[in-house]
Write a protein of this length. Structure first.
Length: 279
């Protein structure tokens, strides 16, 4: 069983769907998908939790490839609100949902070793090899941040793909420390900065597991995060996998077209099924 963790509100459905379609293209082993969500509608009307209908549909998608796969929806609203309401990082350039993964150690039954993925990631090969990374003595493994290693610190890690050693994190209380830091210190890159600052010993994975710039032949996971372009003038660019027209026009990227065609078919099917669920 390959355990994978996603976090977010109901708007991450498209991202998770695309990510899972890409993973199941290359990986036929059973997948244990965990989705952590939080209801914050009192803060923002759009901060609705992932729904049961979305969970059910995603599970049907992964079970087409392996009948033993499952999708587990975990609501950590109570835990999140008890610790994070009032945090200066609740209102930043990022949504509060970037902090939700820090509660994984509090979830009973979560595997001791799990791969956390941002919802703007896509697989370009079998992801199972990432679990070959030895994690003894490390809280997590991550790749260097493409921009952070230049502008912040040479060993600054990107938190979009994290191989979590939850057994050690529970034992050392590492996430407890990171949550406490996020409750009081405002940061530009909320928990990513906290993870980098507080981790006692850094474990690095190859950039092929978190390719943040452009697709390479050996890329296993591509992460569509914000980046900088110098030409024809200095500007930032932030294109997500579900923005298919921009993906083609600006990135000239067609390597995932078969997956994105399947995504559009699945999205149409879900739209037809959704009225029957009442969600």
């Amino acid at each position: 069983m390959i355990p994978i963790l996603y976090c977010g509100n109901n708007k991450v459905f498209d991202g998770i769907l695309i990510s899972l379609l890409s993973i199941t293209k290359y990986t036929t082993a059973p997948l244990g998908i965990y989705i952590m969500t939080v209801d914050l509608q009192d803060i923002n009307a759009e901060y609705k939790p992932v729904t049961g209908a979305q969970r059910s549909f995603l599970e049907s998608v992964v079970r087409r490839v392996n009948a033993d796969s499952f999708v587990c929806l975990i609501d950590v609203t109570e835990q999140f609100r008890s610790e994070m309401l009032g945090s200066p990082n609740m209102i930043t350039n990022y949504t509060p949902y970037t902090l939700v993964r820090l509660f994984a150690d509090m979830v009973s039954g979560m595997p001791d070793k799990i791969l956390y993925l941002d919802t703007d990631t896509m697989a370009h090969a079998d992801i199972s090899s990432v679990f070959d990374i030895a994690m003894d003595g490390y809280d997590f493994a991550a790749a260097r941040d493409y921009l952070g290693k230049i502008f912040i610190r040479y060993d600054y890690q990107n938190a979009g793909v994290l191989l979590l050693n939850l057994a050690q994190i529970r034992r050392t209380g590492f996430f407890v420390q990171v949550r406490a830091f996020c409750r009081t210190k405002r940061m530009w890159f909320p928990d990513q900065t906290a993870l980098n600052r507080l981790v006692p010993k850094k474990k690095f994975m190859s950039s092929r597991y978190n390719e943040q710039r452009k697709l390479h032949e050996d890329t296993v996971i591509q992460h569509f995060c914000k980046s900088i372009r110098l030409l024809p003038f200095y500007h930032t660019i932030n294109i997500k996998p579900w923005e298919i027209e921009r993906l083609h026009r600006i990135y000239h990227l067609h390597a995932y077209d078969d997956i994105l065609d399947e995504y559009l078919e699945c999205k149409t099917k879900f739209s037809v099924l959704r009225p029957q669920t009442g969600e």
